[in-house]
Design a protein around this ligand. Structure first.
Ligand SMILES: C=C(O[C@@H]1C=C(C(=O)O)C=C[C@H]1O)C(=O)O
Length: 365
């Protein structure tokens, strides 16, 4: 089954004057004053198109602040009236959807901890049937592209066409300076499955710390993301949740001012000419790379025939160690990341072993 979604272009349901969509607001709605004052200061930034706030917070362990629930919804109505900006809220159950819509929430998002659970997502989809509301879907907590794709299929299956993806980073078990590791390639793969789908970066949840917000927001812009969702609080250090990653509306505005917004194409003829020439050279280099890989593989196969006839194991630990050592040293000399070359050689080695297994088995047959 080839996935396909009917997606309305972002510009048809939210006006951003051709600029990236900016969604900002506190992690959680804590008090009426905190929410309305944060919204007011964010609206002053002029660059903000939508206010966000968590009302129902899925927390890893009980005992943390789990959101104000329905009590916060009238505050959202007030923040909307005072700023004139639409409002986005996370929903995780049919009841959340019913309440959010009752109080005039404009945009819903499905959180990473919900996207992981197809039962949950289907319940949400069923509750959305017949409703015309934009829905943004965060990536699942774990790097499972199919789960993310499935969530879009379920929500689109309920007739929702104003859709967007939020890349908030992943829990992979690897250690990283980031709270949730961005997997830019995985998000690119989602985009290649659903090219029309707007992609929004969530530097706050990727970063976990204010200090990393700018670099992640810029990376999203460099990858042509359609927008950003960022947590902002009038007094971040006193926030009841996610204190370390929120920043004041003024600091947020300053960060936005420093972002370089780029376009996918340029009409500059000199640029277009240079691009064309360099891409031709890249094409040639890539063809040589593929040819070299094929040549290497042919040598490996030949070697496997000797191993087969002399009853020698395919895997040769000492040789493999030497290859990794010399190739990463060569990489450094050429100014390449040794880790990159190491990863490439791991893949080549796996394929080399697979090919040699074929040669071995062909003899035994
Ligand atoms: C090709 C060989 O077999 C395996 C594959 C290697 C490779 O692709 O370079 C290296 C060591 C072996 O684990 C070999 O023994 O040299």
């Amino acid at each position: 089954m080839k996935p396909d979604l009917a997606v309305e272009p972002l510009a048809s349901w939210i006006k951003t004057d051709g600029k990236p969509l900016i969604i900002a607001g506190p992690c959680s709605a804590e008090t009426e004053e905190q929410l309305c004052e944060t919204a007011r200061q964010l609206a002053q930034q002029n660059a903000v198109h939508v206010i966000r706030a968590g009302v129902w917070k899925p927390r890893t362990r009980p005992g943390s602040f789990e959101g104000m629930g329905e009590a916060a919804l009238p505050w959202i109505q007030r923040a909307k009236a005072e700023t004139g900006l639409p409002f986005a809220v996370e929903v995780a159950t049919p009841e959340h959807i019913e309440l959010a819509l009752k109080y005039g929430v404009d945009i819903l998002w499905i959180g990473a901890r919900t996207t992981v659970n197809p039962f949950n997502v289907q319940e949400i989809a069923d509750a959305l049937r017949g409703v015309d509301v934009p829905v943004l879907i965060k990536n699942p907590v774990n790097p499972d592209l199919a789960l993310w794709v499935g969530a879009f299929e379920r929500i689109a299956g309920a007739g929702i066409t104003k859709l967007g993806a939020i890349h908030r980073g992943f829990s992979t078990g690897e250690s990283s300076k980031y709270r949730n590791i961005p997997m830019w390639q995985l998000a690119i793969e989602l985009k290649s499955i659903f090219p029309q789908l707007p992609m929004i970066g969530d530097p706050s949840h990727m970063a976990g710390k204010r200090a990393y917000l700018y670099e992640l927001a810029q990376m999203a812009m460099d990858l042509n993301y359609d927008g950003l969702i960022v947590e902002s609080h009038i007094d971040p250090d006193k926030a009841w949740s996610d204190a370390a990653q929120q920043l004041t509306p003024a600091a947020f505005g300053e960060m936005l001012d420093h972002l370089h917004i780029r376009t996918v194409q340029s009409e500059n003829l000199e640029f277009k000419g240079a691009l064309e020439q360099l891409r031709q050279k890249i094409d040639n280099t890539d063809r040589q790379l593929v040819e070299m890989l094929a040549a290497r593989m042919a040598l490996v196969e030949k070697l496997a025939e000797y191993k087969r006839d002399n009853n020698v194991t395919l895997f040769q630990p000492d040789r493999w160690k030497e290859i990794l050592k010399t190739r990463t040293e060569q990489a450094k000399k050429f100014g390449l990341y040794p880790e990159l070359v190491e990863e490439i050689y791991k893949i080549i080695h796996m394929e080399s072993i697979r090919k040699q297994t074929e040669v071995m088995n062909s003899a035994e047959a």
